[in-house]
Write a protein that binds this ligand. Sequence first.
Ligand code: MG
Length: 381
Amino acid sequence: MKKHLSILGSTGSIGTQTIDILSSIDAEVVALTTNRNVRLIEEQARALHPKLCAAFDEQAAKALKTALADTDIEVLSGMDGLIAAATHPDCDTVVTAVVGMVGLLPTLAAIDARKDIALANKETLVCAGGLVMEAARRRGVHILPVDSEHSAIFQCVQAAQGNPLAKIILTASGGPFFGKTAEELKTVTREQALHHPNWSMGAKITTDSATMMNKGLELIEAMWLYGLPQEQIEIVVHRESIVHSLIEFADGAVLAQLGVPDMRLPIQYALTYPARVPCKVPRLSLAEAGKLTFCAPDDEAFPAMRLARAAAARKGSAGAALNGANEAAVGLFLDGKLPFWRIPGLVEAAMADVPFRAKPTLDEILETDRAAREAVLRRVE
Ligand code: MG
């Protein structure tokens, strides 16, 4: 069945890889959005002829309007622009590939407008998993995971035949600093943090991989998507990134999904589900891979995992506090204003500062996010 897509964050890593696989699937693009990459979104718009383009940044939106003045493509800006793209009447599926909490309001608006969600924006579920999953259930829309681990679980779940999962096993590459001690992490640089061994991703998620916060966010994402408490979600380090995640049943049987580390397969499966069609991704050769290794994560050197488990156990507004603080701390690190090792400590302090709410409304989640960011900035200035 033909898909009519709005791609939020079309100029980022997931957005460009989504556009790359469009030639393999039956789809047309209705809307594209960017933060401020005017040059690339203009190029994409001229190739794909969407009805609507939006830039979150107001200046970028002005430049984009000028750039596309010779076309009949509507150009919008800001959060209104993202929401218009997410709810466009011609669209049936929204790919949420923006980075961070900024994806929450457009995702909720898309669900309200009964669009299926191909979810790459994990922060949305980390901040407001309860609200998002409840809205999706009420509106009867599918949340199709794009994150490689959650796609792997989703693919394994197709064999569950309604049987409950006893356990989810999320694999983690360990990132560029695997094996380092807390002491050694005190001297790592931004350049080292941004050099991921296996995956090609944006700067925010690559930093999260280096702190292991990415796996913590993914644990919370898995908890909401699959309805398992955090105690039933295990993290195992798998340096080769070939086993993308696993599920375990009551009888102890474990199923895994394997493939080369390439985001285009999980993106494509989210858009063709339940069908499978040929994909551009290279085939896995187990003989070439040789061996697959596994070990327990080091929660001493990488305390982010422990913070994420605490937030997952508390639920309520704890995920929004964790995520807001992490986004602020990672932003400071990427701007060269914070050493790498301070990120988890600042997140922990902010989580303790911000008032906890057990059943937060959307406004309270947004307020928690703001307060957590401020708590981080206050400690660094
Ligand atoms: Mg992932």
